[in-house]
Design a protein around this ligand. Structure first.
Ligand SMILES: C[S@@+](CC[C@H](N)C(=O)[O-])C[C@H]1O[C@@H](n2cnc3c(N)ncnc32)[C@H](O)[C@@H]1O
Length: 476
């Protein structure tokens, strides 16, 4: 198979990067060097067309080096990775020549193994221009992103079982188990307002050690409460720790169909667990099918939309394993005739968690901003809060259309995120954008990253320029 791998590299960095590309091509490919193009339109590039398994969401991007890296893809099977790299055009923004060499050599070697005669065409570009159309094209390389099926919590539970069984509950946080708090207070207001008054069957999905299921069993003595989790260790602890006549536990993988009658469940709650379901739309539809007509589903977890805010620009290309897209759950709820309230949960504010060490100075004002907005329960949705509470019920208030990120293109979500930054006080805009620069700078990408952001997201220019412009001019 003959393949042409086309790399667009910044004209200003050609002298620095070209020798590495010569090494990458040696013995693997014929190397062609084109004349520089003054302005490269993103619309002309062949792209990776990334769809998320079990989600409406998608994103179309060239292979943007080094934002898109093979080690962050969940390629299945893993050896597919290098083979996929020769399909889309590569847009190199800069970065480390050694790493680029390894990456290009890997792609070319994969083609050689297929008996191909690869060509490496290098095209220097002086500047970029947008927009980047998001409709899939025949020349695109389709790529299906799958969440990992790994249960990340399993090793933690297994390690802690002894301590959990011997220590009193109030001392559990001391042993370093972060997933054992009873977070039922996050649900309180929505429960009082939206839950059926006399629920008969309540499920806690991904219940962990079962504290929330326990509290619900105490609160609703007339209901049967069932806590399910894929971790047999967690369920073993829950069974020993909490025994009530109306409480049951089960080892269940909620990525598979659940063994409850359709329409039989009055209340489903879940805390930081549903993002692990591999087929989000499938799970959402299944769960809404289990709910009784007046039933309520309360899901407290992290959202991709917030991840875009904190982890920008890496989050441009890839979703992560531990978040949900709000749009998937809102649309599945609508299909089943339910409204969705999207609320922010104050405990989710933790800039430090998302930002690299270099960005610590900027996380302080961001955290301070978050602190001044703390409230006792869930509040209005804001894209900079990592955790959300989704309340799905026929009785829920339909959220204003504008407040809900319903576009099914992952990239399109940055509009509302940037809009939220513009609406924030000036020092918060600066802190957020400077934190993004830190993320980009870790990749050695300033100021090329700015040009890329602006080409992909033309609306971002008025937000980014004033802050970045000042810091670039100061040689920062
Ligand atoms: C972050 S913990 C949250 C535990 C608990 N809900 C809490 O708030 O303390 C995530 C839980 O989801 C469970 N989990 C992950 N994937 C699952 C699956 N496919 N089916 C059932 N449970 C799963 C894990 O075993 C773990 O107990």
């Amino acid at each position: 198979m003959d393949t042409e791998l086309v790399l667009f590299i910044p004209a200003a960095q050609t002298a620095a990067l070209y020798p590495f590309l010569e090494q990458a091509a040696e013995g693997r490919a014929e190397l062609l060097r084109d004349k520089p193009v003054p302005c490269l339109p993103l619309a002309a590039l062949r792209c990776l067309s990334i769809s998320m398994h079990g989600s409406h969401e998608h994103v179309r991007l060239p292979l943007v080096y080094p934002f898109v890296r093979t080690d962050s893809f969940n390629f299945e099977p893993p050896e597919r990775a290098a083979h996929e790299l020769a399909g889309p055009d590569w847009l190199v923004l800069g970065g480390n020549g050694e790493d680029l060499l390894a990456f290009v050599a890997e792609a070319l070697t994969a083609r050689l193994k297929d008996g191909g005669q690869p060509t490496l065409r290098v095209v220097p570009y002086a500047s970029l221009s947008g927009p980047l159309p998001q409709e899939a094209r025949p020349e695109d390389t389709p790529f299906l992103f799958r969440k990992s099926g790994k249960n990340f919590n399993q090793p933690t539970w297994a390690k802690c079982v002894d301590q959990l069984l011997t220590l009193p509950e109030e001392r559990w946080p001391e042993v370093g188990i972060s997933n054992t708090a009873d977070l039922v207070h996050v649900f309180d207001e929505a429960l009082a307002r939206l839950a059926p008054k006399k629920p008969r069957l309540i499920l806690d999905l991904g219940c962990g050690l079962g504290q929330i299921a326990r509290t619900l069993a105490q609160r609703f003595p007339g209901a049967l409460v069932v806590g399910v989790d894929a971790s047999s260790e967690a369920i073993a602890v829950a069974r020993q720790a909490f025994q009530l006549p109306n409480l049951r536990y089960g080892v269940v993988d909620f990525s598979r169909p659940l063994d409850f009658a359709k329409g039989s469940v009055d209340l489903i709650v879940s805390t930081n667990a549903l993002p692990y379901a591999q087929d989000q739309l499938g799970s959402a539809r299944e769960l809404f099918g289990l709910l009784s007509p007046q039933g309520l589903l309360l899901n407290h977890c992290r959202a991709e939309e917030s991840h875009l805010f904190w982890d920008f620009p890496k989050s441009l290309a890839l979703p992560s394993n531990t978040q949900i897209f709000l749009s998937d759950w809102v649309s599945a709820a609508r299909e089943s005739g339910r409204n969705t309230e999207v609320l922010s949960v104050p405990l989710g504010m933790a800039a430090l968690y998302f930002l690299p060490n270099q960005a610590r100075p900027f996380s302080e004002p961001l955290n301070a901003f978050a602190d001044t907005r703390r409230h006792d329960g869930p509040g209005a949705y804001a894209p900079w809060v990592s955790h959300v509470l989704l309340a799905h019920s026929a009785q829920a208030r339909p959220a204003a259309e504008a407040a809900l990120p319903l576009a099914s293109n992952h990239l399109a979500r940055l509009g509302p995120v940037l809009g939220a930054v513009v609406a924030a006080p000036r020092e918060i805009q600066e802190a957020a954008i400077l934190a993004w620069i830190c993320n980009a700078r870790m990749l050695g990408l300033l100021p090329e990253a700015l040009e890329f952001f602006e080409a992909v997201l033309p609306d971002s220019a008025p937000v980014l320029r004033p802050v970045l412009g000042a810091s670039l001019a100061a040689g920062d």
